[in-house]
Design a protein around this ligand. Structure first.
Ligand code: GLY
Ligand code: MN
Ligand code: MN
Length: 433
């Protein structure tokens, strides 16, 4: 093991997650999960490895070439839970260093039956004999589309061809129902991701000034992430100044900061595979113009009014609607259109959509846009973003404020309540530069 592990998660988390999933499996059924594969980049290079989130959730194993089988009523007790890991390979060990040992796999996952990945099909041959139904996993994220067939799709095809008379079912809805509620241990990891994100934002407040480049600001964030043992960013960071603040998914981060402009940040540290998601907007030269401040205060007011909506029974759909309506009122006050315009507008193309064209809440967790549905009633233990914004291109004003909110049985808890957000506070901190 490395001298100083990046993070240590108790195997109890993964034991509990497997127990919960096993409780959802009908009789004579097993679930098979496989690790992510290393994604090819170019030449002899691969992209940095990122574990498939469900596989991590159930095993804690952060390595490729691994499989997990859960078969709660398997007649052979030792095979109710089996973890398959990459066999030791001396050449790979020489070039790449550490290779997961059986003992480490047991300590990380809490699974006691460890087999070599190249034994998977031999073991499966026997287990298939006792099972009628097999649950398999694919990426079912609603908005996701990719031309590239992934390892999970290939694996499902392969098994269905090998065992055509078994019933194959989707594991994704089961995982979704579990992952959407965060346990205490997961909340600690999310809080740590928020804490590192806070440190990085505070670092930028004493760095930003006119003449710097957006990528230099990003380098400050990267530095703070690395020294705090984050994996890196949970998604491509947005560091957009001036007109770039109005580009919702701006990620080139290569423009020079100009005095008088705003700078919109949207970034989140990924810690132990759990990611924060934060947005802040600051004035490049440390002082908001009166117009920028009016727009900023409008978004901040709506953020504060929206957070109390994160209570059990409410839904993302309803929160979106409520926040859009609040922002519509603020836009009237900002003179972007009038109340009479709103009365006459076509319901399919309301005026506010010109200035706010996104939803304002999504679940976070192992993924930045984590599992969880928009019409599903919120429950205690869910963590979602609250991210109202306003984008007025003709004025080079793009503002988004985004905090991560924990739903509880009583009042919601803002996991980012201690990250500077008041306009005065931001100006005061920046005036120390
Ligand atoms: N950072 C992506 C989002 O806010 O949803
Ligand atoms: Mn977000
Ligand atoms: Mn965000």
């Amino acid at each position: 093991m490395p001298d100083m592990p990046k993070h240590t998660i108790s195997p109890d988390l993964f034991i509990l997650n497997r127990k919960n999933l096993s409780g959802l499996l009908p009789q004579k059924s097993m679930a098979i999960f496989r690790a992510a594969e290393k994604m090819p980049r170019n030449g002899d290079q691969f992209y940095p490895f990122r574990q498939q989130s469900d596989f991590f959730y159930l095993s804690g194993i952060d390595y490729e070439n691994a499989f997990l089988i859960l078969f709660p009523d398997c007649p052979i007790t030792a095979l109710k839970e089996v973890l398959f890991i990459e066999p030791y390979n001396a050449v790979k060990a020489t070039w790449e260093g550490h290779i997961l040992s059986n003992q480490e796999a047991i300590e990380i996952s809490g699974i006691t039956t460890i087999r070599r990945a190249d034994q998977l099909h031999t073991v499966l041959r026997e287990l298939m004999h006792y099972a009628d139904t097999v649950y398999l996993n694919t990426n079912e994220y609603i908005k996701f589309q990719s031309e590239v067939e992934d390892t999970h799709q290939r694996f499902a095809k392969e098994l269905k061809e090998k065992y055509p008379l078994h019933t194959f079912l989707r594991a994704a809805p089961l995982l979704e129902s579990l992952r959407v509620i965060k346990s205490e241990e997961e909340l600690l990891l999310l809080r740590q991701a928020c804490e590192i994100t806070k440190k990085a934002f505070e670092r930028t407040l004493s760095f930003v000034r006119a003449g710097k480049y957006e990528y230099e600001v990003q380098a400050e964030i990267d530095h703070e992430f690395t020294i705090n043992r984050a994996n890196g960013h949970g998604y491509a960071p947005i560091i957009g100044s001036g007109i770039n603040s109005c580009v919702l998914h701006y990620t080139s981060n290569d423009c020079q900061l100009e005095a008088g402009d705003l700078l919109l940040f949207d970034f989140g540290a990924e810690y132990a595979n759990y990611t924060a998601d934060m947005s802040r907007t600051i004035p490049v030269n440390g002082t908001f113009t009166p117009r920028q401040r009016d727009c900023y205060e409008a978004v901040l007011r709506v953020l504060k009014k929206a957070i109390p909506l994160y209570v059990p029974g409410n839904t993302i759909d309803k929160i979106n609607q409520a926040v859009w309506e609040m922002m519509e009122q603020q836009m009237i006050l900002l003179g972007l259109f009038t109340a009479e315009d709103v009365e006459k507008q076509h319901p399919d193309s309301p005026y506010y959509q010109k200035y706010l064209m996104h939803g304002v809440a999504h679940h976070i967790g192992l993924d930045v846009h984590d599992v969880g549905l928009k019409h599903q009633p919120l429950k205690a233990g869910m963590v979602l973003t609250c991210e109202p914004g306003i984008y007025i291109r003709e004025e080079r004003i793009g503002i988004r404020l985004e905090n991560d909110i924990l739903v509880t049985e009583s009042d919601p808890i803002d996991l980012m309540a201690d990250i500077p957000i008041e306009a005065d506070e931001i100006e005061q901190i920046m005036s120390r530069n």
